[in-house]
Design a protein around this ligand. Structure first.
Ligand code: NAP
Length: 336
């Protein structure tokens, strides 16, 4: 009998290891999300009827979140600076789902105007009665070398990505604590867990968010029904690069980078919603090899540094040569 068990294990363990390796090679999200998608709760049922406040809803990931949540029958508060774009998103929500005019509130909000957050939160609660989920998604990125970037850019990135997000959360969370239930989902980035060239200030702001929300979660153990979740996407198709900071606050990037190699916005958003429905505390969402790189960074940092040095050098060379820094061009750039 013992012999049979040993023999079974002899075959089963390698087969299990092979299956897991194959799953990982083709994965575009971490193992918790993969598990949740196969065996967990479905976002369609879990998020139906929820009141969800999305910041940065006028474009990219936030816009797509609005469409997918509207299809589930969630009620939405859409925030960003550009009201005309928010109205366009609202209109499309009503066209692609059964939500009605009164189910979608357009609430203009500038994440840099922290003094307005109290009244905006009150307006949202007055409209729907409560807020079930806050998705802190609004933000901007950066493409510039650390030492060539002005302090004003670092200031602006921290003000927007970190302080704006933290301050809004501080307004909304007490209402959730009063009710004993709710979710605060913050779109961080893979740059919030790893370091990569050209993103010094952006990465710092996202690391700061990771640190803040990890601490906050640890202070809320008396509220088991409140979820504090951070989302770490890799490259995703959106306007993020067009809108990102460079060396100076008022200097923008050249428009129209190729986005074909990035994950589609709808795929990324689907994973976020799977994670939310299954109470995932941290989500890593990216195609390979970036996903594998996150695991290396977490579990084998020495190897991660070896690869960072190799690829980082090429990314910096490409950037200095004026090539698209979003892609790894392995042909040596021509000397100018
Ligand atoms: N796309 C990626 O590859 C990627 C990867 C990792 C993480 N992320 C994160 O995902 C989030 C969404 O980015 P995205 O990729 O969807 O980029 P996006 O298309 O540029 O969208 C950014 C959103 O943020 C809003 N926003 C910018 N400044 C704001 C301000 N001062 N106040 C309020 N809203 C502001 C913009 O709206 P208005 O201009 O109308 O205000 C827009 O709706 C960001 O936090 C980003 O860091 C993106």
């Amino acid at each position: 009998m013992d012999c049979c068990i040993l023999l079974a294990l002899w075959y089963l363990i390698p087969i299990y290891a092979l299956i897991q390796t194959l799953r990982f090679i083709f994965a575009d999200a971490d193992f918790t999300l993969l598990w949740a998608r196969m065996f967990g709760r479905r976002p369609e049922t879990e998020l139906k009827g929820m009141v969800v406040w999305i910041t940065g809803a006028s474009s990219g990931i936030g816009e797509e979140l609005a469409y997918q949540l509207a299809k589930f029958g969630s009620r939405l508060i859409l925030s960003a600076r550009r009201v005309d774009e928010l109205n366009r998103v609202k209109q499309r929500c009503m066209e692609c789902s059964h939500v009605q005019e009164e189910d979608v509130l357009v609430l203009q909000l500038d994440l840099l105007e922290r003094k307005s957050f109290k009244s905006k939160t009150n307006a949202a609660i007055q409209h729907f009665g409560n807020i079930d989920i806050l998705i802190n998604n609004g933000g901007r990125s950066q493409r510039s070398l650390c030492l060539e970037t002005s302090d004003d850019v670092y200031d602006a990135l921290m003000e927007l990505n970190f302080l704006g997000t933290v301050s809004l959360t501080k307004q909304v969370l007490p209402h959730m604590m009063q009710r004993g239930t709710g979710s605060v989902v913050t779109v961080s980035s893979v740059a919030g867990i790893i370091g990569a060239p050209l993103r010094g200030g952006y990465s710092a702001s996202k690391h700061a968010l990771q640190g803040f929300f990890n601490c906050l979660r640890s202070e809320l153990t008396d509220y088991p029904k409140i979820l504090i979740s951070t989302v770490c996407p890799g490259p995703v198709q959106s306007k993020i690069v067009d809108n990102c900071f460079t060396e100076e606050v008022d200097k923008t990037m050249a428009q129209g980078q190729d986005q074909q190699h990035k994950m589609s916005t709808s795929r990324c958003v689907r994973w976020i919603l799977v994670g939310m429905a299954n109470q995932a505390k941290e989500m890593w969402i990216s195609d390979q090899p970036v996903l594998g790189f996150c695991y290396l960074w977490q579990y084998a940092p020495t190897w991660a540094w070896f690869l960072t040095a190799m690829f980082g050098k090429r990314i910096v060379q490409n950037f200095k040569a004026g090539l698209d820094a979003e892609r790894l061009h392995f042909a040596k750039p021509k000397a100018c």
